[in-house]
Design a protein around this ligand. Structure first.
Ligand SMILES: Nc1ncnc2c1ncn2[C@@H]1O[C@H](COP(=O)(O)OP(=O)(O)O)[C@@H](O)[C@H]1O
Ligand SMILES: [Mg+2]
Length: 330
């Protein structure tokens, strides 16, 4: 009985800690662990990395359950030998924008959402023996958003964007290009990532092509095998301006073959509206120019973006005095 009264008194004496404060305390506790974590990484102390990782995950569990879950899944698995990035072949790039920055036809937007949804729910799929689709081939004329889209996929999935350095990949020494491909694909097994292979026709060319030389034929064969083995945690995005040059067997290995088309008037209009949005043309309202720009002879969205930048420069430097020359009188 006495005990009960005491407990009640204690409860009355000490008001509950407000949620906001609890959250801040938990975040501070997690932040304080960061130097230990970095140190453990520097020394490649796998056990300690797991212990510190777990303590960060439990500190943030109550208020950031998704972050906590992600940390646990990263540290919970047996840590493999820390992978060494093949510097000549790969670079990490910052993914700076998501899907909302990329102007695309609706059906492509839908396909991209599907890729993200499957990856975000890969454990649900795994429970039924399924893996997310993860091999994407983008093709179409230059300047309409293939590179942008690859980057946006990494951003939306919150995973690193790894770009293959084309110059390092193709090696004139016999067999070296194949070895390079092997090191790239080996490294991508480390953790989830978007692996971006631009100018894909340069390495995946048609093996029946008369101009083909033996070495490139071997490379295409190796690529076929490597793509087959790539783990589903790695989203492979290959891009080409010349898909007709690609080997057809190679093309069939992709889960998504997406044509990023030459833009319609509607897409050019959307792009111009985005590039002339009042938020980036402060003090000027030039949105009405978008429909005229959409009808101009600009062959790709890159040209639309460049043209809108010229307008914005003129607004900043000449208060729009050059607009008539640029777009013609209204
Ligand atoms: N679909 C798009 N939406 C918005 N901007 C685009 C789009 N396509 C191209 N751009 C503009 O053109 C530039 C080059 O596009 P990029 O993605 O490199 O084209 P690709 O890889 O197809 O040659 C981008 O940085 C962007 O400014
Ligand atoms: Mg590109």
């Amino acid at each position: 009985m006495n005990n009960q009264i005491n407990t009640q008194n204690n409860l009355l004496d000490e008001p509950p800690i407000p949620v906001k404060v609890q959250k801040r305390l938990a975040e501070t506790a997690a932040i304080k662990q960061l130097p230990k974590l970095i140190e453990a990484f520097q020394w490649n102390q796998k056990d300690r990395i797991s212990v510190v990782g777990e303590s960060i995950a439990s500190a943030v569990e109550a208020h950031h359950p998704d972050v906590s879950k992600k940390i646990r899944s990263m540290f919970g698995k047996e840590m493999r030998q820390l992978a060494v990035k093949p510097e000549r072949l790969l670079e990490f790039e910052e993914a700076r924008h998501g899907f909302d920055a990329v102007i695309l036809p609706l059906e492509i937007q839908r396909e991209c959402m599907e890729i993200v949804a499957e990856h975000n729910r890969s454990s649900d799929l795994a429970a039924y023996g399924l893996v997310p689709r993860h091999k994407v081939l983008l093709h179409g004329a230059p300047g309409n958003g293939k590179t942008m889209l690859a980057e946006a996929l990494a951003f939306e999935l919150s995973i690193p964007f790894l770009r293959v350095k084309y110059g390092g990949l193709i090696d004139s020494h016999l067999g070296e290009t194949g070895k390079n491909l092997q090191s790239i694909f080996e490294y991508t097994k480390t953790a989830p990532c978007v692996l971006f292979l631009d100018e894909f026709d340069g390495i995946g060319m048609d093996r029946n092509d008369n101009r083909d030389i033996g070495e490139m034929r071997r490379v295409t064969n190796q690529l076929l095998i490597a793509i087959e083995r790539i783990p589903s945690s790695c989203v492979l995005v290959a891009a080409t301006n010349a898909d007709s040059l690609l080997d057809s067997a190679l093309k069939r290995r992709f889960d998504f073959v997406i044509e990023v088309p030459t833009p319609t008037v509607e897409l050019r209009f959307q792009c111009a509206r985005k590039e002339l949005s009042p938020s980036i043309t402060p003090g000027h309202d030039v949105l009405h120019l978008a429909d005229r720009i959409a009808l101009m002879d600009l062959s790709n969205l890159s040209a639309v973006v460049d043209f809108c930048k010229r307008i914005r420069r003129d607004l900043v430097l000449n208060a729009g005095a050059g607009l008539d020359t640029l777009v013609g009188p209204a």
